[in-house]
Design a protein around this ligand. Structure first.
Ligand code: GLU
Length: 414
């Protein structure tokens, strides 16, 4: 990760939105900091018999609009400030799509790629033992994030239910379908992004059938490759992951590429493409670019060289504030993270609703309701952009921050 402090970036974004909304000082102070933070260390027995000690946190950034909501990340570079930033962004994300939820995030500093399945299970369960009193369907509902998945959620939910002696499937979302998960959650983040791109094309005349590129080929990146090609009909010309980047101007078959990644663990070595330097992917001339990896990928250093017409941010925080201004100046249409990646948490919310009344929707209904939420959020952000004459991220922040500020005021907090 670059030397940016993501939490300082997040605080700056809140401040800019708050100023344009003319919020008072107390509200700005409240929204600039997490409402609750828990930091703790975990100890598990490693496979070699030695103790393993891991640092972890869960942050409930704001819960004026409902229970805190957001993923849990397993990553070696996690710090309290990356989790604070991610929890802040979840707060504005749930508000932009108008869900009755707050924002939160959690993390464990670990290297999941070097850990066994048994160690990951032990770590997941010990995390829940540490935070069980602080989470719950009406308090705080975690989900997967980077290097966590439905299996992680299954272990965590099971540990929670063991502790509280009752059934609470809605305490975690993006669970496997057999134990209270919903249809349509696995590809929801990517689907939301693709729906937002579709709206951008309709409104501004971009052509989704031309080329697109994806930076980061985890769950969101893989699903975006498949969905963009299937729904919008575009040509996937470049993909990268943590090990490198590949390019084929004639296009690659997303399905074959996903199979290759699952089989070999990387996009490198895909027979139908050549390797390019990692950073070059972001600078290719494509119609749509999907940053789908980690924070701070697009900075003042590479933003001037970006040639995409549309940037759909499936990652959280991929663009620094200086880069935002550069992209805006170049006329690139950015669909900001808190809107572009909101499909995941939207379907998480649908999962919570279904778990509550224990009656499940079919996939078509999930897709239809997700589409309605993202489409209306996209247009609300476009309206704010016009009204406040600002760039898309600030417009999205204005929509989200205004809703949270209003909830805080109604509750008498400020
Ligand atoms: N980790 C995802 C995100 O950053 C999903 C969060 C959720 O479903 O709670 O949006």
């Amino acid at each position: 990760m670059a030397s940016y402090n993501s939490f300082h970036v997040a605080q700056q974004q809140v401040l800019e939105a708050a100023r344009l909304l003319h919020l008072d000082d107390a509200t700005i102070e409240l929204l600039s900091w997490p409402q609750r933070e828990f930091s703790f260390s975990l100890h598990i027995r490693m496979d070699d018999g030695k103790p393993g000690i891991f640092h972890a946190s869960r942050i409930q950034y704001n819960f004026a609009r409902g229970p805190a909501k957001g993923g849990i990340r397993f990553h070696p570079d996690e710090t309290i400030d990356t989790i604070r930033a991610l929890a802040s962004w979840m707060t504005w994300k749930t508000a932009v799509v108008d869900l009755p939820l707050g924002g939160g995030k959690g993390g464990i500093v670990c290297d999941p790629k070097s850990m066994s399945e048994r160690e990951l299970e032990a770590l997941s369960r010990s995390y829940v033992r540490a935070i069980a009193p602080m989470i719950g369907v009406d308090k705080d509902v975690p989900a997967p994030d980077v290097y966590t998945n439905p299996q992680t959620m299954a272990w965590m939910m099971d540990e929670y239910e063991t502790i509280v002696y009752s059934h609470h499937p809605g305490v975690m979302t993006d669970k496997p379908m057999q134990i209270g998960g919903t249809e349509g959650r696995r590809d929801a983040t990517a689907r939301g992004g693709v729906i937002a791109v579709r709206e951008a094309c309709r409104l501004h005349g971009f052509d989704p059938t031309r080329s697109f590129a994806i930076q980061g080929f985890g769950n969101a990146g893989q699903r975006a490759a498949l969905l963009h090609a299937n729904i919008l009909g575009g040509r996937l010309v470049a993909v990268s992951d943590s090990q490198g980047a590949i390019f084929n101007p004639r296009g690659m078959d997303p399905e074959m590429l996903v199979k290759h990644k699952l089989k070999t663990g990387s996009v490198l070595g895909f027979p139908d493409a050549g390797e390019i330097p990692h950073g070059e992917l972001l600078e290719l001339e494509v119609e749509v670019l999907y940053p789908a990896a980690l924070e701070n990928a697009i900075t003042a250093g590479n933003a001037p060289k970006i040639r995409a017409r549309v940037i759909c941010e499936l990652a959280n925080g991929p663009t620094t504030p200086e880069a935002d201004l550069i992209l805006h100046g170049k006329g690139i249409h950015v669909i900001p993270d808190i809107l572009a990646s909101a499909g995941g948490v939207t379907v998480s919310y649908f999962e919570m609703v279904q778990d509550r009344y224990s009656y499940f929707w079919d996939e078509a209904l999930v897709h239809e309701r997700l589409d309605a939420k993202i489409t209306s959020a996209y247009h609300a952000v476009q309206e704010a952009m016009k009204e406040k004459k600002t760039h898309p991220r600030l417009a999205a922040m204005i929509v989200g921050v205004a809703r949270v500020a209003e909830a805080c005021k109604l509750r008498g907090w400020v």
